[in-house]
Design a protein around this ligand. Structure first.
Ligand code: ATP
Length: 207
């Protein structure tokens, strides 16, 4: 076992695609500790249809806590303002100065990595660990990892993991819920129960 892994996201709500990514990434690098960190207001997203922070935190616990080495952190949720990944990564680097810091993400994130705030510093502090979100992205993610290495001079600037993707998004899950459907095969049954108990994603106006 080596290194620490971070898995950030909005998790609005967490779904089985997230779980596939998390489990595949852990299997690939076997980190000592894996931290799932829901973010506050993602710089690239509108905040309108985002469930309360407490709800997203609890849904993450329900969705991921049964995976060994995983803990769910409220660190980003407690910070003020927008959550740029660089702040989290700097913080984790201080806590865990030795070994690799893996940053688990889907291919959509890796493919737009140069748009991230302080992306070069990010690559000096952590290594993106990426799974394709759809089959078409697999090759593009590999090419992007090579491009990031060439741009920074870092030998393995990003690592891509091969596994069959689960083409699920939180948007799809929310859309099904807003339209009165039941996304049973897209999310964990405990998360679905939590959504029902707390009446989340039912008001079409929030969409
Ligand atoms: P939304 O549909 O609301 O934009 P999302 O499904 O993209 O949400 P996020 O919480 O934004 O979910 O994603 C968190 C992280 O998980 C990101 O790195 C994203 O690329 C990754 N991810 C999300 N869904 C998948 C999936 N099906 N396969 C692989 N990675 C995924």
């Amino acid at each position: 076992m080596s290194g620490i892994a971070l898995f950030g996201g909005t998790f609005n709500p967490p779904h089985l695609g997230h779980k596939r990514l998390l489990e595949t990434a852990i299997e690939a690098v076997i980190p000592e500790k894996t931290i799932v960190m829901p973010d506050r207001i993602p710089p690239h997203k509108q905040a309108d249809s985002i469930a309360d922070t407490d709800d997203r935190l609890e849904m993450c616990r329900l969705a991921f806590s049964d995976i060994p080495t995983v803990s769910v952190s409220d660190w980003e949720l407690k910070r003020e303002g927008k959550s740029y990944s660089i702040f989290t990564v700097r913080y984790l680097r201080e806590l865990y100065p030795d070994g690799r810091l893996w940053f688990i993400m889907g291919s959509d994130m890796l493919l737009s990595f140069e748009k991230w705030f302080c992306w070069e510093e990010l690559l000096s502090l952590c290594t993106p660990l990426c799974l394709a979100r759809c089959t078409a992205d697999a090759m593009a993610a590999l090419t992007q990892a090579e491009k990031l290495s060439a741009a920074t001079g870092i030998r393995e600037a990003a690592k891509t993991v091969q596994a069959s993707p689960l083409e699920i998004s939180s948007t799809t899950v929310r859309d099904i819920l807003y339209s009165g459907g039941s996304p049973d095969d897209l999310i964990d049954s405990r998360v679905l129960q939590y959504i029902r108990d707390h009446d989340l994603y039912t008001n079409i106006k929030d969409r």
